[in-house]
Design a protein around this ligand. Structure first.
Ligand code: ASP
Ligand code: MG
Length: 404
């Protein structure tokens, strides 16, 4: 018998009715002749509520206790889901992250999975049980409960699917799959039947919120294919795997927008080795993820350096930099501004030219000014004024003819 891993996110298990609906779907998968491992998130909103409660008590709660607190959300869902299966006469047992022996390393709230031993999951499956595993959580070598960063239940599902050599891993969510652009912004966006890890990774890290970026990275690294599909319909979703046959002339597969970026600018940066390094060292010590970086050619021994950081890190980044620039010979910190980052992604770019010119020309024709540009092998991103973000997304989608 083959194993199927089915992961249900927060909106899929939001309340008792949702949980009952999911249980029916799990039962169907079981009666189709599979062994089923269910991975669940906390009910929608629960993790945020828990975090708010902690911060109402203490401004900087210790991360170890935050992990103890946040894992409660998933623990509630595994019990309710298991009971919902029992109500349908489906034999089922729940398992926490530590019972599933998901062993982690690294810091609390952002720990990494080192190994999935699985506990007694295989034995329970052979005995005919559905095993309902708490997502987002593992256990450290010290026996402490740990979590994998927000959205981390995706990672639990992928890692379990890999360790159990599952036949398939299905990520159930509130959208029908991965789209060529966010359908709320671009109404004629199309669902992609399949996409490869690389493109999915670039899309996920460029603002498409379908899946946790770390989960996609893990899937790519260990070659664990998965499907993103909707809890609320029976339609097939988007398969994410190593190689996808695509038309030779597909240059761009999708467009992503990230509205949660802040641009920081430094002027009069001395043109000498180590000046920029000092700044990014501060960012890394402050645990800030830097995204786009642009430095111009220096004039009169001074350069301008601009880079973007996630909105939630901006305050911390600025505070740390202000201290550094107290010494004015190090440069001057400018005013930070919100930006939107619009990215076009496609493996076709690797072997074809002309993507940048088409993208930029389309933006120019729409009168949209680009503030920054950055590229990778399969992605071109531009920063634009946040007011232009949606338009820029539509313009790019249209320029590469991605619509229905
Ligand atoms: N409950 C966790 C969160 O809200 C993990 C997840 O939903 O995947 O981030
Ligand atoms: Mg999620």
């Amino acid at each position: 018998m083959s194993i199927v891993v089915q992961k249900f996110g927060g909106t899929s298990v939001a309340d008792v009715d949702c949980i009952k609906r999911v249980a029916k779907r799990v039962k169907r998968t079981l009666t189709e002749g599979n062994q089923v491992v269910v991975v669940v998130s906390a009910r929608a909103g629960v993790t945020n509520q828990l975090i708010e409660r902690a911060s109402a008590i203490l401004k900087n709660p210790t991360e170890r206790e935050m992990d103890v607190l946040m894992t409660c959300g998933e623990q509630e869902t595994i019990a309710l889901m298991t009971l919902a299966l029992h109500a349908l006469k489906v034999p089922a047992v729940s398992r926490t992250g530590w019972q599933a022996e998901i062993i982690t390393e690294g810091i609390h709230t952002k720990s990494r999975i080192r190994e999935v031993r699985g506990g007694d999951i295989r034995k329970q499956l052979r005995a005919g049980n559905v095993v309902v595993v708490a997502g987002f959580q593992g256990v450290s070598d010290h026996g402490d409960v740990t979590t994998f960063g927000r959205g981390g239940s995706d990672l639990s599902a992928i890692a379990l699917a890999g360790a159990l050599r599952a036949k398939s891993c299905q990520i159930f969510t509130d959208v029908e799959g991965v789209y060529t652009a966010d359908p709320r912004i671009v109404p004629n966006a199309c669902k992609m039947p399949a996409i490869n890890y690389e493109e999915m990774l670039e899309l996920a890290s460029s603002g498409s919120k379908v899946m946790q970026t770390r989960a996609v990275e893990f899937a790519q690294k260990h070659n664990i294919p998965f499907e993103v599909r909707s809890t609320f319909s029976n339609k097939t979703g988007t398969t994410v795997k190593k190689k996808v046959k695509s038309l030779e002339d597909t240059l761009v597969s999708g467009v992503a927008i990230d509205k949660n970026q802040v641009r920081l600018s430094i002027t009069e940066l001395p043109d000498r080795p180590g000046a920029a390094a000092a700044i990014f060292k501060i960012m890394s010590e402050t645990d800030v993820v830097v995204d786009m970086i642009v430095q111009n050619v220096a004039r009169n021994g001074k350069a301008n350096l601009t880079f973007t950081v996630p909105t939630e890190d901006a305050f911390r980044a600025e505070k740390a930099l202000k201290a550094h620039f107290l010494d004015q010979s190090a440069g001057k910190l400018g005013k930070s501004t919100n930006i939107a980052k619009v990215s076009v992604v496609g493996v076709g770019m690797r072997s074809h030219s002309g993507v940048a010119s088409k993208f930029f020309e389309a933006l120019a024709n729409a009168g949209i000014n680009m503030l920054m540009i950055s590229t990778s092998e399969i992605k071109i991103s531009v920063a634009v004024n946040p007011d232009n973000g949606d338009d820029a997304t539509r313009v790019a989608h249209q320029a590469f003819d991605l619509g229905k």
